[in-house]
Design a protein around this ligand. Structure first.
Ligand code: PLP
Length: 311
């Protein structure tokens, strides 16, 4: 990964190589952490974090669901992120805030362990590659089911829960696919290992509902709004596996991956095997929204003052 100068750690900017924790950190052993993935883009209005407040609100909700009080306010974390991006002189970056149970208490009762907060930023290209965004990816339905809401909390973006995505991702990759698609505990379509999913059939966009155990994606919220603004019909409903194979178009969205068309699932070609017209239209408008080129979505941008590079 591409290293930068500073990381924000428990209220201070520290050098990248000094942002360390003890090996007996609670979160390292039991996965007791929650995090976010955000992006800042170089826009005509300056460097801007996409839907920053929505991401931070989700971070606070994720933490609350695991009884983890965050020792900073949302405003403090917002300005810490601005300060960090400015200190690193980054015009565009990925942003990773993490809240975790720290060092001081072992065992499964976590409430006496301290809660630590870090924010890291670094340049990070499209998660499934530029080529994937352009021509689409090949995906495989995972043999692993998405974590069920009666065992864990799919709505919380919690560190330990990502072992589920890790297993699915490894399986897909070892089988020669770029991404995995997980079914929910009922065998219905849920989402990708790190993306929400959409099928388009006869002009209608279908995406699995909250009851399927999805993560309530910020990109998903944005795509639903953009889709409606463009005059398309979007429905949140149960989606059978075969409906993916039979769809005219399939795509996925996530902060890391952005909008990625899916051209093949389990070796079935989706539609023509190329990104379809609605996917391409949504990708263009979403990309404009991310980069501050569409006036309708400027309210989604949180502009950061970044000093000019000191060479
Ligand atoms: C499991 C999972 N689903 C969906 C998403 C998409 O969410 P967002 O659009 O907020 O990045 C992510 C990415 O954070 C994810 O990890």
């Amino acid at each position: 990964m591409q290293q930068v100068d500073f990381i924000w750690h428990n209220g201070e900017l520290v050098a990248w190589e000094d942002a360390k924790v003890h090996v007996l950190t609670h979160g390292l052993h039991y996965g007791t952490g929650v995090f976010e993935g955000e992006r800042a883009y170089d826009t005509p209005h300056g460097t801007a974090i996409f839907r920053h407040r929505d991401h931070l609100e989700r971070l606070f909700k994720s933490a609350e669901l695991y009884y983890m009080p965050i020792p900073y306010t949302l405003e403090e974390l917002r300005s810490a992120t601005h300060e960090l991006i400015a200190a690193n002189e980054l015009r565009e970056c990925y942003i990773r805030p993490i809240v975790f149970r720290g060092y001081g208490q072992m065992g499964l009762y976590p409430l006496d362990a301290p809660v630590e907060v870090s924010i890291a930023v670094w340049p990070w290209g499209a998660y499934l590659g530029e080529e994937g965004k352009r021509v689409g990816v090949r995906a495989k339905i995972s043999s692993w089911r998405r974590i069920s809401p009666d065992s864990l909390i799919p709505h919380s973006k919690a560190s330990g829960q990502y072992l589920n995505s890790v297993l699915a991702k490894i399986e897909a990759s070892k089988s020669g696919y770029e991404e995995s698609i997980l079914l929910d505990h009922h065998g219905l379509v849920c989402e990708g290992s790190g993306e929400n999913i959409y099928a388009i059939r006869d002009g209608e966009i279908i995406t699995p509902p909250h009851t399927a155990g999805i993560l309530d994606g910020i990109s998903r919220k944005s795509i639903i709004q953009i889709t409606r603004d463009l005059g398309h019909r979007v429905v949140e409903r149960d989606l059978a596996r075969a409906e993916l194979y039979l769809a005219d178009e399939v795509f996925m969205t996530g902060t890391a991956a952005e909008l990625v068309p899916v051209r093949e699932i389990d070796d079935h070609t989706i539609g023509s095997g190329q990104p379809g017209p609605i996917t391409r239209e949504l990708a263009r408008v979403f990309d404009d929204a991310l980069h501050g080129r569409d006036r309708r979505y400027l309210e989604w941008l949180d502009v950061v003052e970044v000093p000019s590079k000191t060479v």
